[in-house]
Design a protein around this ligand. Structure first.
Ligand code: C2G
Length: 155
């Protein structure tokens, strides 16, 4: 019986941020080996989730996080029980935005829901990105006033 404990988590990890990192670091503190199942682009479409970064890059980023031992694709909702058995998982863990959703795994392994990191999310990042690159309203108004003035000069 191997005494090595293995923990698994699942997620999209789009636009990797400090909330993702803190989760993975906490998970790695709970076991000897951390496996991360990254949602494929196809699976995200099924989740109704638009991703900015393609699967290959999201997987490569997470694979290169120091505390991550292995990355596998998450292709569907049903694979978790198979994964728990296939990889000899001792603990399934995920952020508490999913609290209760995966309690069915309790007959196969320990199930842990960890508090999310506050004030950061991929959605917030996307929103601040659009604000950051959007042209300020006054610049648009100024541009229209200049065009109107130029039009008058040519009338
Ligand atoms: N997370 C966190 N703190 C944040 C944001 C995210 O702890 N501020 C956690 C989430 O709770 C999740 C993980 O980081 O455990 C990955 O988050 P997402 O990429 O949003 O994952 P999600 O789309 O919820 O996919 O089968 C499970 C799903 O694939 C989970």
């Amino acid at each position: 019986m191997s005494s090595k404990k293995t923990i698994i988590t699942y997620g999209t990890f789009d636009m990797f941020h400090i909330g993702h990192l803190k989760l993975l670091q906490r998970l790695s503190g709970l076991a000897d080996e951390l496996i991360v199942a990254i949602s494929t682009d196809e699976f995200n479409r099924g989740k109704g989730k638009k991703v900015m970064i393609p699967y290959e890059q999201r997987a490569e980023i997470v694979e290169n996080i120091k505390c991550v031992d292995r990355v596998i694709p998450e292709e569907n909702w049903e694979q978790k029980v198979t994964d728990v058995k296939k990889y000899g998982i001792d603990i399934f863990a995920i952020g508490d935005d999913w609290r209760g959703e995966f309690d069915f795994l309790k007959e196969h392994c320990e199930v842990v829901y960890l508090e999310r990191t506050k004030d950061i999310s991929t959605t917030q990042l996307k929103r601040s990105l659009t604000n950051f690159i959007s042209i300020p309203k006054e610049d648009i108004i100024n541009a229209f006033e200049i065009i109107e003035a130029l039009k008058k000069d040519f009338e």
